[in-house]
Design a protein around this ligand. Structure first.
Ligand SMILES: [Zn+2]
Length: 183
């Protein structure tokens, strides 16, 4: 009786081990698939940005890299790591494609780009209503947070006041990238 139970337990354990090996394999495969997809998307985006800059004969503005740790919160460590990795890869692709095409890339101080109003220059944490939403608490100017950040990056690249939008920078990339969330 005892012997039988031991054999059954052993078999179950072996099955579980097998199952988790398969699960681990499956997880690894999924991660690889996600990485390949992300890489494709990053190639497409960087290609589109560089060809847009070429068409308009202008440069590209990017946020200077911040420390990776700054963006990682305890709650979504995994996601933040993925997002950082994806964004870092996009920068890399952008930079070498731009260099190959002879397009200047300007790096901009990213401080408060997502909290500054591009219309009146008012900077406040509360301007950023949520992850995606911007609404100036002084003048009411509203928009998508990523667009607002991109406008501020462009303005900084041009060395202008927050609302001086010149024609020389075709594309600006905000740091908040939701790229990694697409499956
Ligand atoms: Zn404002």
């Amino acid at each position: 009786m005892e012997e039988k139970r031991r054999i059954a337990a052993h078999r179950r354990a072996r099955l579980q081990a097998k199952q988790s090996r398969a699960a681990r394999r499956k997880l690894r495969w999924l991660a690889g698939k996600q990485a390949r997809y992300q890489r494709d998307v990053n190639h497409q985006i960087s290609k589109a940005v560089v060809s847009k800059a070429l068409r308009h004969s202008c440069g590209i503005a990017l946020e200077k890299l911040r420390g990776i740790r700054e963006r990682i919160t305890a709650h979504c460590r995994q996601r933040a790591r993925l997002a950082n990795w994806a964004f870092g890869q996009l920068r890399l692709f952008l930079c070498y494609k731009a260099a190959r095409a002879g397009i200047p890339v300007q790096l901009v101080d990213p401080a408060h780009t997502s909290q500054t109003c591009p219309a009146c220059g008012h900077t406040e944490r509360g301007n950023r209503r949520s992850r995606g939403e911007f609404c100036c608490r002084l003048c009411g100017h509203a928009g998508l947070a990523d667009h607002i950040a991109a406008r501020n990056i462009r303005a900084r690249a041009l060395g202008d006041a927050p609302n001086g939008l010149g024609p020389k920078v075709a594309a600006a990339m905000p740091a908040t990238s939701s790229l990694a969330s697409s499956e």
